[in-house]
Design a binder for this molecule. Structure first.
Ligand code: MG
Length: 384
């Protein structure tokens, strides 16, 4: 069945890969709307290629420029947060790919769910900070939340057709990032450039640093807890350096079902868009003759504290995951600018979490207020 898709964050890593999938299946997927932050040059190209109805730009000035550039077309150009919300709620849209990074994705995602759109969820922050709001809301609206993160897609795939079976554990795999095996002392002087050289996945810069710190895995544990309705203690992180096993589910009888495949996000994106069918994808298939082996290891939580800090945040609950996420966004950005050392990322997160006064069951407004408060605190204490 043909689907009209809206791609929130069409010019980023997940967004451009989503469009690759759409190119592969023009008979199934129509790109109806796109939205970006400010990369209008690419947005213009995308709007023309796919003949979209709506293009939204978060940055108002960039939006004006896109409006001028697309003046010869019928594309409706929308701006700001209202524009993002409107493009996600268009009557003709069936599914929204939330590929935009950061807290900016929360309001549009919630708007899309209220409008009854299925969600191909790539924006972790929404689930991490507002899982307690969006999961019940999706249930109430009869909206499907289809995971796009490779690990969550793997878990989702391993759950298909086993509705009455009880899960014992979710085995969430992690590559361990570029610094796996390094000790504290060695990590004191690593640079953002080194952290950005991810061994197996090609991703945006923010998430690549999060992968090096294991914060990304922490966010994914929280995401998995909400998406699959399991206790945090049922989620075990396993290091799998080759990124071949994308995650697994262990059932009560001891059976473990894993999903394996090439490290290509387009498989997970496509499955979310063509669920429940596996179709030919743009990914190059795995060549088993080239594989040296599949290694497994346990995470080093003493050195890479991103994971234990995330678990502490979700066990505390309320607004604490927002504090974890917001402080990390700051620390991640300062590290990328060369302002702090790699290990200081954890110190900033811990400092913010230690000081945070938890709001139980926060509303979207309260979540965004906590984010802002932490932004102010970090700006003052750690500098811009
Ligand atoms: Mg992932």
């Amino acid at each position: 069945m043909r689907k009209n898709i809206a791609v929130l964050g069409s010019t980023g890593s997940i967004g451009t890969q989503t469009l690759d999938v759409a190119r592969k299946h023009p008979e199934l997927l129509t790109v109806t709307a796109i939205a970006c932050g400010s990369s209008i040059e690419l947005a213009e190209k995308q709007a023309r290629e796919f003949g979209v109805k709506v293009a939204a730009v978060y940055d108002e000035r960039a939006c004006e420029e896109l409006r001028v550039r697309l003046a010869d077309t019928d594309v409706r150009v929308l701006s700001g947060m209202d524009g993002l919300i409107e493009m996600c709620s268009l009557p003709e849209v069936d599914i929204v790919v939330t590929a935009i990074g950061g807290m900016i994705g929360i309001r549009p995602t919630i708007a899309a769910i209220s409008a009854g759109k299925d969600i191909a969820l790539a924006n972790k922050e929404t689930c991490v900070t507002a899982g307690h709001l969006i999961i019940p809301m999706a249930k109430e609206k009869g909206v499907r939340i289809l995971p796009v993160d490779s690990e969550h897609s793997a878990i989702f795939q391993a759950l298909q057709g086993r509705a009455d079976s009880k899960i014992r554990r979710i085995l969430l795999t992690a590559s361990g990032g570029p610094f796996r095996g390094k000790h504290r002392e060695e990590l004191m002087h690593v640079t953002a450039k080194e952290a950005l050289a991810h061994p197996t996945w090609a991703m945006g810069p923010k998430i690549t640093i999060d992968s090096a710190t294991m914060v990304n895995k922490g966010l994914e544990v929280i995401e998995a807890k909400w998406l699959f309705d399991v206790d945090v203690d049922q989620i075990e992180v396993v290091i799998q350096p080759q990124s071949l096993i994308h995650s697994a589910v262990e059932y009560e009888d001891g059976s473990i079902l894993a999903q394996l495949g090439p490290s290509d996000m387009r498989i997970a994106i496509q499955y979310a868009l063509t669920y429940p069918t596996h179709l030919p994808s743009p990914a190059v298939p795995l060549d088993f003759r080239m594989l040296k082996g599949i290694d497994l290891d346990v995470p080093d939580n003493e050195t890479f504290r991103g994971l234990p800090l995330a678990i502490r945040s979700i066990k505390t609950g309320g607004s604490m995951p927002t504090a974890f996420n917001a402080s990390n966004e700051w620390a991640n950005a300062i590290f990328r600018r060369g302002g702090i050392s790699f290990m200081q990322i954890y110190d900033i997160i811990e400092d913010v979490m230690d000081r945070h006064k938890v709001i139980p069951n926060p509303s979207v407004e309260e979540i965004l207020a906590v984010q802002e408060e932490i932004d102010c605190y970090c700006a003052e204490k750690y500098g811009r």
